[in-house]
Ligand binder design. Structure first.
Ligand code: NAD
Length: 361
């Protein structure tokens, strides 16, 4: 493992995407959001994605500097096409449309179709919470069939994340944000690069055997090579038996089918679809009951006697907030292979060896 300062990594990622053809503003956004994923402990959605994003840019799976196109609009609703723009650019644009409408109407829904990878969905819950709004997001990742439904061994769902964001006065928002698979695909990637091992029941092979071995998903691979999930014979398992599998199913139907991105099926080009709902607590809660009641509830939950006397009971978003503070101060831990792959990618787009070495120096 090596440790890299967050600011230096942000700047390197921005330089890489700038050199690869993105505007400086977009390149900086990509750096900003990928590094937040590392800061919050979601390394699977952090800078390890750089080589794959570059590959997608080269192949036209994702396009530089796109604006979302509003296809349909009412005072409370919008359908927007991301035109395969970078998720880090088009997702905040879509969220801002939802915020504007919810501020005007108390409630809004935005269907985002054909987005490049939107990364950590919690970023979008946080963006809405910063504007004082509650939000709910159903997401699918079309073109990325990786997850077996409850009772099955074949890939049918994407890792289809679900997110709820709730603002709090004077405190970080509550952010529930997870893949509906036992692990996100990036966590399998991370484990395959020597990062945190997978839970023992994370994967299922074609013969129905349960496994934690990344080769089940990727087949054989060289240490710094791009992982290719089309090469493996198995699948990631949906979390929470029939309940988690049911939530994944609904993320596909709402985030995929209803947005027009398409529910996951073989042969699609990768795109995220996201159906988001926004509620303004100022409108639904005219007596101002909600903040104090939620705060009292949070306190009761946190006061639960812990199983492990040395560990706290946490609320959604709390582990990320804690880690963010720690990693801002102490740097981002990265497996050597992940750093190697980023360094190779940086040099391949024209950055000098000296520029890359500055980051670890
Ligand atoms: P995870 O399993 O780490 O779960 C994270 C959630 O659980 C957070 O809300 C966190 O606050 C909460 N949590 C964690 N530990 C807790 C504890 N001890 N007590 C209370 N709450 C706790 O997340 P994941 O499933 O690995 O997903 C990782 C990221 O991947 C997410 O940000 C998700 O949006 C993203 N993702 C994106 C895509 C995409 O296509 N864009 C696909 C899949 C996942």
């Amino acid at each position: 493992m090596i440790t890299i300062n967050a600011d230096r990594m942000r700047a390197l990622v921005a330089d890489i995407f700038s050199a690869a053809g993105c505007s400086r503003a977009e390149a900086e956004r990509i750096g900003h959001y990928l590094v937040i994923a590392n800061l919050t402990g979601h390394d699977s959605h952090g800078v390890q994605r750089v080589p794959r994003y570059l590959e997608w840019l080269r192949s036209g799976t994702v396009n530089a500097d796109r604006e979302v196109k509003v296809l349909k609009e009412t005072p409370v609703l919008a359908l927007v096409d991301a035109q395969r723009g970078f998720g880090q650019t088009v997702a905040p644009q879509a969220v801002d449309i939802g915020i504007r409408k919810a501020k005007a109407m108390g409630l809004s829904a935005v269907a985002l179709r054909n987005a490049g990878h939107i990364g950590r969905v919690g970023d979008w819950g946080e963006r809405a919470a910063e504007a004082g709004l509650v939000s709910v997001h159903f997401v699918n990742a079309a073109g990325s069939a990786l997850v077996a439904p409850y009772g099955g061994v074949e890939r049918r769902f994407s890792t289809a994340p679900y997110c709820v964001g709730v603002p709090r006065a004077g405190a970080a928002p509550l952010i529930l944000d997870f893949a509906t698979s036992i692990v996100a695909e990036g966590k399998v990637q991370n484990a395959s690069f020597g990062g945190k091992p997978l839970p023992a029941d994370a994967l299922v092979d074609r013969d129905g055997s349960i496994s934690a071995d990344p080769h089940v998903l990727y087949g054989q691979y060289a240490p710094t090579a791009l992982r290719d999930y089309t090469k493996g014979s198995g699948a990631i398992r949906a979390f929470g038996d029939h309940k988690g599998s049911g939530l994944a199913f609904m993320c596909e139907v709402l985030g995929g089918s209803l947005t027009g991105t398409g529910a996951t099926e073989p042969g699609q080009v990768f795109a995220n679809g996201m159906l988001s709902f926004y509620i303004d607590p100022q409108v639904i809660d005219p007596e101002g009951y909600f903040p104090a009641d939620a705060a009292a509830f949070i306190a009761r939950v946190k006061a639960t006697r812990p199983i492990d006397p040395k560990a706290d009971v946490l609320v959604p978003g709390e582990p990320e907030e804690r880690l963010r503070r720690e990693r801002e101060a102490n740097g981002l831990p990265l497996p050597e292979n992940t750093w190697g792959a980023i360094a190779e990618a940086a040099i391949a787009v024209g950055l000098s060896k000296a520029r890359v070495q500055e980051v670890t120096g």
